[in-house]
Design a protein around this ligand. Structure first.
Ligand SMILES: Cc1cc2nc3c(=O)[nH]c(=O)nc-3n(C[C@H](O)[C@H](O)[C@H](O)COP(=O)(O)O)c2cc1C
Ligand SMILES: [Fe+2]
Ligand SMILES: [Fe+2]
Length: 400
């Protein structure tokens, strides 16, 4: 059965929701599911913007068929070749033999690599090229590395609709609601939007900045991303979030305390630090156990807050493996402009603090590590309370 929504008078959402997938890209947990958005324009000629993941292709085909209502499909515009959107290209080409594919040279190369038979049906475009489907005129804008090198966005200059590819997307299935004003985005979606952006596109902040600069010159009325809600109001609010994330600027003054603890002593010290900070007036404190918090959440919250305290046991003369993994991920995603505090623990050769400091100072860019640190020998003892106090003071002072 079809399940479609009208975006404008002649534009339909024909995508599908995925509820069964545990891990997006086989790495990021998506307990709220995800949507793969595709859009069908019914102009004098018909144009489909992107497809969906193979897992939801059946639903997608029903949707396209319903929205076409017996008309042929003339054009398939491919903004992004990652298989969560592109996997159903071949199926569309088989079912709609007159459809021709519009995309970039790089995208056509990828289509051949993935084994799609597009050779006789390609129309290659590059940045600045325009195309008319009748009443609607669109312009193509290359958006390299948002999120793959071949990515483009397509702007409908007639309606002000931006087909934004992975930009402005979010984890989470739509489940009937389509528009940002049909959900409480800040309450129910922002965390997943941040987690999506920071983990998927976070590394490419400068490329996102370049795209935002290009977008600044056009009058966008509606943003149609490939995942999550369609934006038709309050666009500036969400664009500002993207601007912040892609400049690696924190959203909030506050601190995430991430701890690694086997027997609970480091955890106890992390709690003591949290209490001390709150006591001194810093209320924006969150505490996360690295062992029970997926690293995609840690990354998203690292992008959100100005400060991070990392508390790690020493583990075979190294830092706790999951702390190392978190730091490696942070580096891979290009995180910058944050202040870190260090808490270390060890029973006979405490090494984790120095190792974490070295990683942050030498492997990453624009990171401050506070001089004050808290060292535990097995457990927090009375004689270390002054160090705890000094660390808390230093964290608060560095926020001013
Ligand atoms: C597998 C393993 C390896 C460890 N390696 C070290 C080490 O190299 N140096 C050290 O000082 N302590 C080492 N420890 C001890 C813990 O870091 C130490 O007992 C710590 O206080 C535990 O804190 P927790 O109560 O937060 O788990 C190791 C513990 C385990 C289980
Ligand atoms: Fe993608
Ligand atoms: Fe995607």
């Amino acid at each position: 059965m079809h399940c479609i929504r009208k975006v404008t008078d002649d534009l339909y959402w024909v995508g599908a929701n995925e509820h069964r997938l545990a891990l997006f890209e086989n790495i990021h947990p998506i307990p709220r599911g995800v949507s793969y958005n595709s859009y069908l324009l019914l102009d004098e000629q018909t144009a489909l913007f992107d497809t969906v993941d193979w897992a939801v292709c059946r639903q997608f085909l029903d949707n396209v068929e319903k929205a076409l209502n017996g008309r042929p499909l003339d054009w398939l515009v491919i903004n992004h070749m990652e298989p969560d959107h592109a996997a159903s290209i071949q199926e569309i080409l088989l079912r709609y033999p007159n459809a021709r594919v519009v995309s970039t040279e790089k995208a056509f190369m990828l289509m051949r690599q993935f084994g799609f038979g597009v050779d006789e049906r390609m129309e290659e475009v590059k940045s600045g090229d325009t195309k008319s489907f009748g009443r609607h005129q669109v312009v193509f804008v290359e958006a390299p590395m948002v999120h793959w090198p071949e990515a483009i966005v397509t702007f409908d200059t007639t309606s002000g609709v931006l087909f934004a590819a992975d930009a402005f997307g979010s984890f989470g299935a739509l489940d009937g609601r389509l528009f940002n004003d049909e959900v409480n985005f800040e309450r129910d979606w922002l965390d997943d939007a941040r987690r999506y952006f920071t983990n998927i596109v976070g590394k490419y902040g400068p490329h996102v900045q370049a795209l935002l600069k290009k977008a600044g010159g056009i009058d966008i009325k509606i943003i149609c991303p490939l995942h999550g809600p369609v934006w038709r109001s309050n666009l500036g609010w969400f664009i500002e979030k993207y601007d912040k994330w892609s400049r690696y600027e924190p959203e909030e003054k506050g601190i995430m305390i991430v701890y690694a603890s086997m027997y609970g002593n480091t955890e106890s010290a992390a709690c003591a630090l949290a209490s001390k900070l709150v006591e001194k007036g810093l209320l924006n404190v969150i505490l996360r156990d690295v062992s029970s918090t997926h690293v995609s959440h840690l990354i998203a919250e690292t992008f959100k807050y100005s400060h991070v305290a990392i508390a790690s046991v020493t583990y075979n003369l190294g830092m706790f493996p999951l702390i190392h993994n978190y730091l490696m991920d942070m580096k891979a995603l290009n995180l910058q402009k944050r202040t870190f505090a260090i808490v270390e623990n060890g029973s006979w050769a405490c090494k984790s603090g120095d190792l974490m400091r070295r990683f942050l100072e030498e492997e990453m860019r624009e990171i401050t590590v506070l001089d004050e640190k808290l060292t535990l020998n097995s457990a927090l003892s009375e004689d270390r309370l002054p160090d705890l106090d000094a660390l808390a003071k230093s964290i608060i002072a560095s926020m001013k």
